[in-house]
Design a protein around this ligand. Structure first.
Ligand code: NAD
Length: 461
């Protein structure tokens, strides 16, 4: 396919006409499109799994458990709740405006651009698409060019099944995304790196287009001495090596209290052995690194002298062993960037307050993980620490909660989605105040008098 010959201005123009023709307002229509999207994916499950396997060796289990399954359950939640979400809210009206009535209507932004990354090439593309359609928008989706088979298949399936006035998949890399970013969308939803997030936001500013940015960062884990050591290690190993460590919510690096460091490292080794059967290379449980440039980048972060597990790789098959490094220092290369691969650096700490003080000075991460038996302390830290999300005694799985808002803060992003938050992310909350004509509060009209001022002050206390 000649990607450059597609006239995106024309497709967006058609989407604008479609939106202005009020074709997206009908809730039943929105639900029909979402059912169709779900069915399309269900009918093509094996093709999608094959494509993802070709792109980075993702297993069928993970395609269902953390890609398609999440899109299915996201759509099911929308179908169940959409009628309620899309109805008006009726907040109280202030005294000054009585006997008026206040209403807040969620209205669609209009024409939405969704730009998605490669690491969950279906789920991170279609979850926001489903929310955008649920909220009554049209969508152009630009999936990642890196997972070429999956993105190509998404384009083929969606562009055949859906009218391009409503939903269209534009394939391509930087030039195609740059071209899209020059157009006037009403909302841009971007998932990807912080570096590209800045580019997207700058481009959006040109048209005053609101953005939601779901970005990355280095997610720290704090392991306290009173944690359940074996469970902690098990959940850390799963969280780190799931999707080959290529997850925005992956625990990036571990700070363990020095009194239990050796014990935790031992437990981590045992759980790696159990989960990957001592042979991640030939099994299906560890996806491959997505491409050679990411493979080379990761190799530069691994210090063989500090590896207590793994450390080896094979560039030809883009395989990197589950790797654990100890004795890591904040100045090591592995601590200078988001790892995004199967490498677990373990650092130790002595004093929790000192550690928290240092973490607070770093860019706000997408997630903070704490392992402890002391819930009060964990809650105290999580309720004030500036990170997009957080967990106590587990990692990653809060992403699949479905009912709670998910999003970053500061360098890890802005805005949130999932469930109702997803619907709200693609809706403007429009306040309408209805006033009857039979009553008038005369005090607002000139000529202003002392008495009128007194009455206004009474109302505005
Ligand atoms: P990326 O930023 O390189 O690419 C994301 C999208 O932007 C792709 O569609 C790509 O084609 C486009 N793009 C890349 N460079 C561009 C440019 N110069 N101009 C315009 N568009 C450009 O990210 P990635 O490598 O695909 O994904 C990994 C990153 O995404 C990690 O940092 C990860 O933490 C983050 N991420 C965040 C979340 C989240 O929910 N917060 C989820 C997954 C991934």
């Amino acid at each position: 396919m000649d990607k450059t010959s597609i006239n995106m201005k024309e497709i967006l123009g058609r989407q604008k006409q479609y939106f202005l023709g009020d074709h997206t307002y009908d809730i039943h229509g929105r639900k029909k499109h979402l059912r169709k999207l779900k069915q399309l994916l269900q009918e093509n499950e094996s093709r999608i799994a094959e494509a993802m396997c070709m792109d980075f060796g993702k297993s069928y289990f993970e395609v269902i458990s953390n890609e398609l399954g999440l899109v299915y359950s996201g759509i099911s939640t929308i179908l169940k709740r959409l009628s309620r979400w899309s109805g008006p809210e009726r907040p109280p009206t202030s005294l000054l405006n009585l006997p008026g009535k206040s209403c807040v209507y969620p209205i669609p932004y209009g024409n939405v651009l969704v730009i998605s990354p490669w690491n969950y090439p279906v789920q991170l593309a279609l979850t926001p698409v489903a929310s955008a359609i649920a909220a009554g928008n049209t969508v152009i989706l630009k999936p990642s060019e890196i997972t070429v088979h999956t993105s190509g298949l998404l384009a083929e399936l969606i562009n055949t099944a859906f009218p391009r006035e409503l939903l269209y998949v534009r394939q391509g890399g930087i030039p195609e995304t740059t071209e899209l970013l020059e157009l006037h969308f009403d909302k841009i939803f971007f998932t990807g790196s912080t570096k590209v997030g800045r580019i997207v936001m700058k481009a959006a500013a040109e048209h005053l287009t609101p953005v939601t940015l779901e970005l990355g960062g280095k997610n720290p884990v704090i392991v306290l001495p009173d944690c359940d050591l074996s469970r902690t290690a098990q959940r850390l190993v799963w969280g780190k090596f799931h999707n080959g460590g290529q997850a925005c919510v992956a625990p990036d690096h571990i700070y363990v209290h020095e009194s239990i460091r050796d014990k935790l490292v031992e437990e981590v080794k045992q759980h790696i052995k159990k989960m990957f059967n001592g042979d991640a290379r030939n099994g299906e449980s560890l996806p491959r690194i997505v491409n050679a440039s990411n493979y080379d980048r990761l190799q530069k972060l691994i210090d063989p002298a500090k590896c207590v597990v793994g450390g080896q790789g094979d560039r030809e098959t883009l395989f990197i062993e589950p790797t654990v490094m100890t004795g890591v220092d904040i100045t090591d290369p592995v601590m200078q960037e988001e790892i995004f691969g199967p490498v677990m650096p373990i650092l130790s700490f002595r004093d929790l307050d000192t550690l928290l003080g240092k973490l607070k000075e770093r860019p706000s991460p997408l997630a903070l993980y704490i392992f402890t038996g002391e819930m009060r302390l964990a809650k105290e830290i999580q309720s004030t620490f500036r990170s997009g999300t957080g967990m106590v005694n587990d990692t990653v799985v809060h992403f699949v909660n479905g009912t709670t808002p998910f999003g970053g803060i500061g360098e890890s992003g802005m805005g949130s989605y999932h469930g109702k938050a997803g619907f709200e992310c693609f809706s403007h909350r429009k306040t309408v105040l209805r006033k009857p004509t039979w009553f008038e509060l005369r005090v607002k009209y000139p000529p202003y008098t002392k008495m009128k001022l007194k009455i206004v002050k009474l109302f505005l206390r």
